[in-house]
Each structure stands twice: as structure tokens, then as C-alpha cells.
Design a protein around this ligand. Sequence first.
Ligand code: NAD
Length: 500
Amino acid sequence: MVRELSHFVDGELRAGTSGEFSDVFNPSTGEIAARVPLASHSEVAAAISTAEEAQHEWGALNPQRRARVLMRFLRLIERDIDELAEMLSREHGKTLADSKGDVQRGVEVIEFALGAPHLLKGEYSTNAGSDGIDVYSMRQPLGVVAGITPFNFPAMIPLWKMGPALAAGNAFILKPSERDPSVPLHLAQLLTEAGLPDGVLQVLNGDKRAVDAILTDKRVQAVGFVGSTPIARYIYETAAANGKRAQCFGGAKNHMIVMPDADLDQAADALVGAGYGSAGERCMAISVAVPVGKATADALAAKLTERVKQLRVGDTHDERADYGPLITRDAVDRVTHYIEAGVEEGASLLVDGRGLTVEGFEEGFYLGPSLFDYVTTDMSVYRDEVFGPVLFIARAATYEEALRLPSEHDYGNGVSIFTRDGDTARDFAARVNVGMVGVNVPIPVPIAYHTFGGWKESGFGDLNQHGPDSFRFYTKTKTVTSRWPSGIKEGASFVIPTMQ
Ligand code: NAD
């Protein structure tokens, strides 16, 4: 019997009633691990009603008390970390150590959200305009808000969304990825155990139908989305057409520039970790290495080839594995198709990862690491997000040419430069047309108290994830102009007040 998952509504796990399900796989073995219910329109609407009711009291609660719930939540995550990592690896396929990292990067945003009392403070001007007038602003929750999240970080991204939204006093509807829903369900149970009132967090599993029910419901005020670019664009447009605030983060094609003065061993190690970690299924994975000059390119290609050939692929419990399986058989086929396309388009395949099987796990969704050289901007493997364990070397003759590659690419999530020259690094950081920049750092994911967000096709809408922006996104500003006059008896003024 395959395990049947549920939704989490009004403080408890609740079976789906639509009669429709989606299979959840264990990518390490290729077996079906569970089946998840797909919420119907009416199930979503009912959950929104419950959330709307629960939000009034939660939103009115002192923010320090709300933060205390999150504080207890952190302790419970710490208590259950092994169970969470095991659950995450079983449905996603990443190694156990990497799953703990997934949870930890989410935890850091909850830690940041503990500062809600401070983050919700407004501005105050005394004697504004004329004597006796004070102007102050306050940040208030929006009401019911939502998050729609991808498969590749089933702990981190739901936590990035729900932490600030809940701390700000909203009720939150989470629609996690239907591929790995167990961790978000467990997190919801922990929040209830930590004291979150019933109905304030609702987890609805589902597909496009559930998403559309959220997008078209007038009671949902804001939608935070993370996933692929075509869906990000769709969510942005549909949410906006329905009068909602939207922040939608999409796909990526992250470049790493390697200057001739860089330490090439350091750069090669960084590229291998950032390119193949989590099977390349990270939005901040490095996909394109850009060595500058022929000598740098030849040396880097040799170092990468040597390292990539030694990578170990294994199941999630293999402690020596560098990475595990991909999320689905379809994902393996899609990436394999891109490797074929790269060969056909004329790139040079230095390491071919196709056809790998892992002993004892022959039905798992594995793909060995591949490495291409001489990739050019007209190739589909350069333009498209491949999202798998493949690294592409696109050689540049000069620094200016290297700078142009990520700047002119449709995606603009992350980029990095490896150099020993501070002047080059500063120039690069200032001029590159990409949202997040690393200097001698391969995966420039900003820390929780800064903000995370890509540009161009990697991000639609305003305001980034986590950091102060996350509180701005999930709150609205009210500005109060007040006067406690002594001279009201003087009568009304009919001339517009000015600063003259
Ligand atoms: P996806 O776009 O397929 O799914 C994301 C979410 O959208 C899921 O909850 C899914 O159920 C829902 N969805 C899927 N199709 C839909 C449709 N037609 N209508 C409405 N909703 C739909 O993405 P994924 O495969 O789960 O995740 C991988 C993608 O996410 C990659 O492109 C990756 O780069 C991107 N990603 C981006 C960031 C970032 O911050 N920019 C972070 C992580 C992942």
C-alpha cells in the first residue's frame, strides 16, 4: 500500500477530498514513495475562509508574542532535524548532509523573522508641516497571503516565505511542490506544536488547479512564487490581473568568470561544487564557466576534467556521494536530451555522464556528471536552463567579452568572478547586469538579513525574498498625520497647507 499524504488545514492534517492524486517518488530507488492529494477549487476556497478568520486575532497580537511562536518553532526544528533531513532526502534525492543545509538556510530566515517587532517599526516625524503636527507610519499585515514553492528546496523556500509573512501578522496559504510535500507538512505540524493558532497556516497540496484557485481568489492579497520562468511569468501576470501583489522568482543560467590571475585550483574546486552539488538542481548552481584567455581556458578545462571524472554519484544515504539522483525520470531524460543537443550543436563533450547506473539502485533517477567546452552563445545549451549535473565552458578572449556574457543573457539570477585583482572585482560588481554577485564566492546566496532576488527573466515583480524586503512585501504601510491642537477654536482654514 502506498502511503497517502494529506493537506494541513485548521491546525490538523486533513485528507484530500478531490479524489485526485499525484505520485511522489523516491528518486534514489525510482519507487513511488507516497501519493499526494491535489486540492480542488472548493478545498482551496474553504482553507482561505478559515485563514481569513484566524488572521484577525493573529494580526492583532503583539509582534513579540508572534516572534515567540517562531522561537519555539526553531527549537522543534532542531529537535526533529534528522527526521526532516531523512524525509527531505527520501522525496527529493539530495544527500542527507545537503538536506540538512536545505533546512538550515530556511532556519536562518526564521531567525531573522524573530526581529519582527523591530522590522515592523514605522517612521516618525515630529512637528511636520507646522507646529503640533506629527506624521508617523506603521506596517500592517496584508491579511491572507500565499506562497507557491518549487521542488528543489522543499524546506528552505517555504520557510523563506512563511517566516516573514507569519511574523508580520498574516495568515499564510502554502502551496508546496507536489513532488516533495512531506517536509512542508511536517513544518506546519511543528508550527502548531509551537503555538501557532489553528488556521493561520494552511498547507494545500496540488497542481495548477490549486494555484489558479489561489490566484483568482480576491481574499488573497499577495503571492510569493519561486519556480521556473514560464510559470513565474504566468503567476505574476495572473496575480496582477487579480489585483494582488506578486513577487515571482524564476529560472537561472549562472556564469562564473575566471580571470587569468585567479587561483585556478580554487576556481576549479568552486566550479565543481557549485555546478554539480545537488545534481545541479539549484537556482544558484553555476552552469557556465567563463575562463578569460586561451591559457586560462586550457588549464581550467584540464583541471575540471580531472575533477569531474572523480565525482561520485550515489543514493542519499551514501556518505561518500557528491550528489544523488535527479527529481524524476523525466528530468533525467530532459537533461540527457540537452547533452545530445550540445553535441549536435558542436560543443565539445569532455566528460559524458549519460547512462550511469548506481549499483543496487538500478531504477533510480541518476545521471553522471557531464562537462562541455567550446560552448557558444547561439547554442540552446547556452541559452536554456538545463537544471542538471552539466557544466558548460564558454571561452572569452577578454574581460569585456566575459562581462558581456552574463550581462546580455536572458536570465540574471547569480554570477561570480574569481580574480585576485580588487579593481577588476569592483568594476565587475558595479557593471554586471545580474541581481546577485559573488567575488571569489561561487554561489552568492545572500545571508538571511540581506535580500535574495534575480533580475531579468529570473525575477518578476518588486521586492526580494528574505531580509528587510520580505517584511515590506508581506505588509502595507499606513501613514498617519495627527494634530493635537490648542488653537482649533481659531476656525477652519481653506487654503492648502504648505511648507512656506
Ligand atoms: P515549477 O515552475 O515547475 O513549479 C513551481 C511551482 O509551480 C510548484 O508548486 C508547481 O506545483 C507550480 N506549477 C507548476 N506548473 C504550474 C502551472 N502550469 N500553473 C500553475 N502552477 C504551476 O518549478 P520546479 O520544477 O518545481 O522548480 C525548479 C525551477 O525553480 C527551476 O527553474 C529553478 O531555477 C527555479 N528556482 C528558482 C529560484 C529563485 O529564487 N530564482 C529558487 C529555486 C528554484
